[in-house]
Design a protein around this ligand. Structure first.
Ligand SMILES: Nc1ncnc2c1ncn2[C@@H]1O[C@H](COP(=O)(O)OP(=O)(O)OP(=O)(O)O)[C@@H](O)[C@H]1O
Length: 240
């Protein structure tokens, strides 16, 4: 079966005053529809840059990014971010403070009729367990609740792929674990495909279908959690 997302030998780099800073160097990755992939790696290894390239905010200098077989990025072609059907959710929630929760969630649905938008917003509020919070403003909610609103807003336009960049890192440990499990259950039950960036290996093992570690511009592995657990349990000399 074809993967929903395919990174085919992508090369990503920034022009800096000190020359080209290469972040991805022939990076390959396949993610099946309905799967959750996790990118781990040291700070500065390029995890966010890879997500930004998938979302269309960074060009690829070589290679291709494909979604459902369609080329989104190549050196000759760059589909605009708003046409990619890719949603994003960040660690800082990025909610609009002057809009209530319902308006925040409905923001990406401006082309829908008023009735359609209201129905979709109600469905999403229910899905993230905030059915009564539509009239509240972001500052009236806890961090975990705000992040659930951010999830609902990212899912509102029914993206093919959801990108989550350290979405739980601003939360305390209890909320973080609870919300991570909740987000996993929501994504699984709705059949969404997602890529999550995290520093937290335990979180990756709890959420993901595939886990990879980015280092030196490439993925060091791209394994199912069980395979990664087995490898971690093996003596160091036997680890691939
Ligand atoms: N706009 C930019 N211009 C130049 N260099 C950049 C730019 N954005 C990021 N970088 C550099 O590219 C590298 C990868 O950054 P990126 O933010 O993708 O890493 P990361 O793995 O997501 O880090 P963290 O885990 O700390 O968020 C870093 O060395 C960073 O300094």
């Amino acid at each position: 079966m074809n993967p929903l997302l395919e990174l085919d030998h992508i090369h990503l780099a920034y022009d800096t005053p000190r020359g080209l800073r290469t972040v991805a160097d022939g990076l390959c990755l396949h993610l099946a529809r309905g799967h959750i992939g996790c990118l781990l790696g040291a700070s500065g290894c390029g995890k966010s840059t890879v997500l930004r390239a998938i979302a269309g905010f960074e060009p690829v200098r070589a290679g291709r990014i494909l979604l459902d077989g369609q080329v989104l990025s190549s050196p000759r072609q760059q589909v605009a971010p708003e046409l990619r059907r890719v949603g994003m959710m960040f660690q800082d929630y990025a909610l609009f403070p002057h809009m209530n929760v319902a308006a925040n969630i409905g923001f990406g649905l401006r082309r829908h009729s008023h009735a359609e938008r209201a129905a979709r917003v109600a469905e999403l509020l229910e899905m993230v367990g905030l059915a009564k919070a539509g009239d509240s403003y972001p500052h009236e909610l806890s961090g975990g609740q705000q992040q659930r609103v951010a999830l609902a807003r990212a899912l509102a336009p029914s993206p093919e792929l959801l990108l989550l960049d350290e979405p739980f890192s601003n939360l305390d440990t209890d909320t973080r674990e609870h919300l991570a499990a909740e987000v996993r259950d929501i994504l699984r039950s709705t059949g969404h495909t997602a890529i999550l960036v995290t520093h937290n290996q335990a979180e990756a093992l709890a959420i993901a279908d595939r886990i990879g570690s980015l280092s030196g511009g490439q993925l060091q592995y791209w394994d199912a959690p069980e395979a990664l657990r087995r490898r971690m349990a093996a003596p160091e000399r036997l680890r691939a």
